[in-house]
Design a protein around this ligand. Structure first.
Ligand code: GTP
Length: 543
C-alpha cells in the first residue's frame, strides 16, 4: 500500500526566494528562466564579465572583481573567479540577506563560476538560506583542465550546499537533433534547468490545497551520499494526468523512471487549473506506484492554480543512495526500464473503470516494481495522449550528508484521499475536450564520440567561451560545432537492443496481383533492360 502525508506545510513568501545566475552559463540559464515567464522569485546575475552582465535580463546585477578583472571575464581561471568574489563579498552578502531559499545556477569548468560558486554558496548559507545549486559539468571534449576545475568546484559545493543538482552535459546530446550545434545543446540544457527551477519554486512558494514545504523538500533531497533525481512534466488533453506523469518519467534524463525503483522517499507535486480533479490525482498516483517501491515514503502536494488553464503538471523529486546507483544506469543504451509503460491502455481502462465505479482502489496489486527490460524501446512508450511538452529534467548529484530520511510513522493511508471527493470543480467538468497540443520534440543524439574528439582542438581555441556566453538561439550556429553528427543518426534510445544469436528470417513481402503489384497489367516501364515497375528485390532475385 502506498501511503503519503497530507499535513499542511509552511510555504515561503515569494520575496524570500532568490535565483542567482553566476558566470556566463549561469547568466544564460537565468535569462532562459526569465524568458520562460519565471515568477515567484527575484533574479540576480553575478559575473566578472561586464559585457555579459549588461545583456542579462535579471533585475539585480553584481559585477564581481571590478578592480581585479577590470570588467573582463576570469579567463578560465577559478582562482581569479574566487578572488573576484572575495573582492565583492559584502555586496553579495547584502543581496542575499534574509533570503529563505537561494537557487544558484552555474556552469562549472570556467573561471568565474567554478571559482566564485563555493564562496557564494557559503555566504548564502551563512545568511540562513536553504541553497539548491544547479550546476552543469563541461562536455568531455572541452578538455581535462575544465573537467578537473569543474570537479574541484563540485566537491566543494557538495559540502556547502543543501542540495546539489548536477546536469550531465554528456546527456545534453540527447536533447537536441544530431545536426544541431553546441548552442542548441546549451539552450536545451538551459530550458531544462529553467523548467526545474520553476517547478521547485512552485513547490515551495505557491500555496496549495496540500502544501509541500521546505522541510519536505529537504527530506526528499537530503540523505547520506545520495544523488538527486528530478523530473517534471506537463500535459493537456483528455489523459493529461497520465501524459504529465509520462512526461516526467520518459525523459532520457530520468532513465525512463527506472531509477525511482530504488527510491526510498519521493516528493510528488501536482498542479492544475480549476478543473483539476481527484480522479486525475488518483490516476497519476496509481501510475507512479508502478515506478516506486511499495515501501517508499511518498510526500504529496497538490495545488490549484487558475493560470494553469487546461494544463496539469507533475513534479517528482527524489534522492537515491549512491550504493543503489548502478554506473551502467548512466548509459542510455543500457537503461533499466519498466516493462509496462504507464500509458498502457488496458491499465488505463482498468483504473478508469474502477474510479468511475466510485470505489477507491487498493493499489497494493499495482505496486510491484517493474523489472528492468533490456529490450525496451522508448518508441513503445510514446504516450498515446497528445501532450504539450516533454522537457523533463533529470539531474543527479551527491548531496550533503545530513538529514537522513524521515520515518514514515505518521503516514496516512492513501485511501483517505477518498475523504476529499473533489479538487476544484470535479465531475461537472467531466466533458473534457482534447485540448490543442504542441508536438513533442524529437530527441536525437547530438554527436558521435569519435567525432567529438576531432572538435576538441577547435573548442579549446575558444578558451573563455566568449561566443557561448552571448549564445543566442536565433543566432547562426557556430561552424565549429555544426558538423557534430553521429555516424548513425538514429536516436540511441530508439535503436533496437543488440541481442546475441541469429536474427530470425524476415517474412517476404507479398504483392497483390503478381510481381508488379498495383502496376500489374500496365505497360512496362523499361530502363536499361529492366522493368522498373517490378520491385528491386524481385528483380535482383531473378538475375
Ligand atoms: N547550460 C549552459 N552551459 C554553458 C553555456 N555556456 C557555457 N556553458 C558551460 O559552462 C562552462 C563554463 O562556462 P562559462 O560560464 O562561460 O564560464 P565562466 O564561469 O563565466 O568563467 P570565465 O568565462 O572564465 O569568466 C563551460 O565550460 C560550458 O561547459 C550556456 O550557455 N549554457
Amino acid at each position: 500500500m502506498i501511503s503519503y502525508e497530507r499535513d499542511p506545510q509552511q510555504t515561503i513568501p515569494e520575496s524570500s526566494v532568490k535565483i542567482i545566475g553566476l558566470g556566463g552559463a549561469g547568466g544564460n540559464m537565468l535569462d532562459r528562466a526569465a524568458l520562460d515567464g519565471m515568477t515567484g522569485a527575484e533574479m540576480l546575475c553575478v559575473n566578472t564579465d561586464m559585457r555579459t552582465l549588461a545583456s542579462s535580463v535579471a533585475g539585480d546585477k553584481i559585477q564581481i572583481g571590478r578592480n581585479l578583472t577590470k570588467g573582463l571575464g576570469a579567463g578560465g581561471d577559478p582562482e581569479l573567479g574566487l578572488k573576484a568574489a572575495q573582492e565583492s563579498e559584502q555586496e553579495i552578502r547584502d543581496a542575499l540577506r534574509d533570503r529563505k531559499m537561494v537557487f544558484l545556477c552555474v556552469g562549472l569548468g570556467g573561471g568565474t563560476g567554478s571559482g566564485a560558486a563555493p564562496l557564494i554558496c557559503r555566504i548564502a548559507r551563512e545568511e540562513g538560506a536553504f541553497v539548491v545549486v544547479f550546476a552543469t559539468m563541461p562536455f568531455s571534449f572541452e578538455g581535462a583542465r575544465r573537467r578537473d576545475q569543474a570537479e574541484t568546484a563540485l566537491n566543494e559545493l557538495a559540502v556547502l550546499s543543501n542540495a546539489l543538482v548536477t546536469f550531465d552535459n554528456g546527456r545534453m546530446g540527447e536533447l537536441v537533433l544530431a545536426k544541431q550545434g553546441i548552442h542548441e545543446a546549451f539552450a536545451a540544457a538551459d530550458r531544462m534547468i529553467s523548467e526545474s527551477i520553476k517547478a521547485v519554486t512552485r513547490l515551495v512558494v505557491r500555496p496549495g490545497l496540500i502544501n509541500v514545504g521546505l522541510d519536505d523538500l529537504m527530506t526528499a533531497l537530503n540523505t547520506t551520499r545520495s544523488r538527486c533525481l528530478f523530473g517534471s512534466g506537463i500535459a493537456t488533453g483528455e489523459n493529461r494526468s497520465q501524459a504529465a506523469l509520462e512526461n516526467s518519467l520518459t525523459s532520457p534524463l530520468l532513465d525512463k523512471g527506472s531509477l525511482l525503483g530504488d527510491a526510498t522517499t519521493v516528493l510528488v507535486h501536482i498542479c492544475g487549473g480549476e478543473s483539476l480533479t481527484l480522479y486525475e490525482v488518483e490516476l497519476l498516483m496509481q501510475g507512479l506506484a508502478k515506478h516506486v517501491p511499495s515501501t517508499a515514503h511518498i510526500l504529496f502536494g497538490a495545488a490549484v492554480d487558475p493560470s494553469m488553464g487546461d494544463s496539469l503538471s507533475v513534479t517528482l523529486v527524489s534522492a537515491l543512495p549512491e550504493n543503489k546507483l548502478n554506473p551502467e544506469s548512466q548509459s542510455v543504451s543500457e537503461q533499466k526500464c519498466p516493462t509496462e509503460p504507464v500509458s498502457q491502455s488496458d491499465e488505463e481502462k482498468a483504473v478508469a473503470a474502477a474510479v468511475a465505479a466510485a470505489s477507491l482502489i487498493d493499489t497494493s496489486e499495482d505496486e510491484e516494481i517493474m523489472e528492468p527490460s533490456e529490450g525496451f524501446s522508448p518508441a513503445e512508450e510514446e504516450p498515446e495522449a497528445e501532450v504539450e511538452m516533454s522537457e523533463d529534467p533529470f539531474f543527479a548529484a551527491p548531496i550533503k550528508p545530513s538529514n537522513p530520511f524521515a520515518e514514515a510513522d505518521d503516514e496516512e493511508d492513501y485511501d483517505e484521499a477518498a475523504d476529499v471527493p473533489v479538487i476544484g470543480d470535479v465531475f461537472e467538468k467531466e466533458e473534457k475536450e482534447v485540448a490543442s497540443v504542441e508536438p513533442v520534440e524529437e530527441l536525437e543524439p547530438v554527436s558521435d564520440p569519435s567525432q567529438e574528439t576531432e572538435e576538441v582542438a577547435e573548442f579549446e581555441a575558444l578558451d573563455d567561451l566568449e561566443d557561448l556566453n552571448g549564445a543566442d538561439e536565433s543566432a547562426p550556429q557556430d561552424e565549429v560545432f555544426s558538423g557534430m553528427e553521429p555516424i548513425n543518426e538514429e536516436p540511441i534510445s530508439q535503436m533496437p537492443p543488440k541481442r546475441p544469436g541469429k536474427t530470425p528470417a524476415q517474412p517476404e513481402l507479398e504483392l497483390d496481383g503478381g510481381p508488379k503489384g498495383k502496376f500489374e497489367g500496365e505497360s512496362p516501364n523499361f530502363h536499361e533492360g529492366e522493368d522498373l515497375d517490378i520491385p528491386p528485390f524481385l528483380r535482383k532475385r531473378r538475375r
